[in-house]
Design a protein around this ligand. Structure first.
Ligand SMILES: [Fe+2]
Length: 359
């Protein structure tokens, strides 16, 4: 470490003997140190430490009013978790004095009367450790910042790939890719409304658009069929829930595990009459939420086999299904959101000509 770094160090001298203080100051200044502050009153220690933020403290042990040990106790309370060297200047060479000072964090001792060479050498060693410590701390902070940045990038990539996967799945029957995004938005509003934590709300917003990812496995002849589906065809369309869950299964990422759950359960009904015939609380909550968001969006937009319903009628249908297709509490949440946020209009305005089959 360069001498220049050392001489920029801030050094605080606390000693009640003015002569000692002056001698030390001169020694330090002759050696090139320019940032030296001193006091002969240890009661100033706290304020001077806070104002000056020294790299090293030269501290007398025996002083009136407050002795060196008490000063160390005080500084230990306010010093941040950083390496602050304290060099004790003392005429007391007793093992007790050393033990007491060491136990409070003193890093070294110089016995009075001291040789200036020895003081400078010990100061040099302590400052070297102090600056190495600061250097490592700085590097750690930079590394932590880099790790945070990389984590954000990875998360961003993860979210973007998920979004594009949802769009890919939707592309054949809605090239605008708007349905999945709207379902994600509405599901997130509902999750928030019922008090789920923000982290969960955000995961639902991003995972819900994958609810129909299993449509990738449904042939075009059925998926894009304009007329009514036969019962065999409808049975095949229904498999998009299990196909989707299979595509998304086995992930270690919470967002994909949630997407798997939603893909599997978004056509379940509160009364147990859905695709997998799971009922009530046994249906995962995110699936129950997406069920409402998905149906509302499907009703208010055109499909090959039906026109877009007027929003009022779609809302009435959701209400009508309270306790049948949908969980009553979630129907309430949905209705409050529609009231509060005037959601139907903007959602309806997003409507594009669509050619979706059973979604
Ligand atoms: Fe679906």
């Amino acid at each position: 470490m360069s001498r220049r770094v050392f001489t920029k160090a801030r050094i605080l001298i606390i000693d009640d003997e003015a002569t000692n203080v002056e001698v030390l100051r001169r020694v330090l200044e002759r050696s090139g140190f320019t940032r030296v502050q001193t006091t002969t009153d240890p009661r100033n220690a706290r304020k001077m430490y806070l104002d000056f933020r020294p790299d090293l403290i030269l501290l007398d042990l025996h002083m009136p009013h407050v002795d060196g040990l008490a000063v160390m106790d005080e500084l230990n309370q306010i010093a941040e978790a950083t390496y602050l060297p304290i060099l004790i200047l003392t005429g007391d060479v007793s093992p007790e004095a050393r033990r007491d000072a060491l136990s409070r964090g003193a890093k070294d001792f110089v016995h009075k009367p001291f040789s200036t060479d020895e003081v400078l050498l010990r100061i040099g060693t302590l400052l070297e450790t102090r600056f190495l410590y600061l250097q490592i701390q700085n590097q750690n902070q930079m590394l932590e910042a880099k790790v945070r940045e990389r984590t954000r990038e990875l998360e961003g990539a993860q979210f973007e790939i998920i979004e594009r996967l949802a769009k890919a799945a939707e592309f054949r029957d809605d090239s605008t890719g708007q349905h999945t995004a709207r379902v994600g938005q509405m599901a997130a509003l509902m999750a928030k409304h019922i008090g789920l934590p923000e982290s969960q709300v955000s995961l639902i917003r991003r995972a819900a658009p994958l609810h129909d990812v299993g449509k990738i496995g449904i042939p075009d002849s059925i998926l894009l069929k304009p007329g009514k589906l036969s019962s065999d065809e409808f049975a095949l369309v229904k498999t998009h829930t299990t196909i989707g869950a299979r595509i998304l299964s086995g992930s270690r990422f919470p967002i994909l595990r949630l997407a798997e759950e939603i893909a599997f359960s978004h056509h379940e009904r509160w009364d147990g009459d859905g695709y997998a015939r799971i009922a009530g609380d046994s249906i995962p909550l995110p699936g129950r939420i997406v069920a409402i968001a998905d149906v509302f969006d499907a009703l208010t937009h055109r499909r090959p086999y039906k026109d877009a319903w007027p929003v009022d009628e779609a809302i009435a249908e959701i209400e009508q299904q309270r306790g049948r297709q949908f969980e009553p509490r979630l129907v309430e949440a949905f209705l409050r959101i529609i009231e509060q946020r005037d959601a139907p209009l903007p959602m309806n305005q997003l409507a594009e000509p669509k050619a979706e089959t059973e979604g």
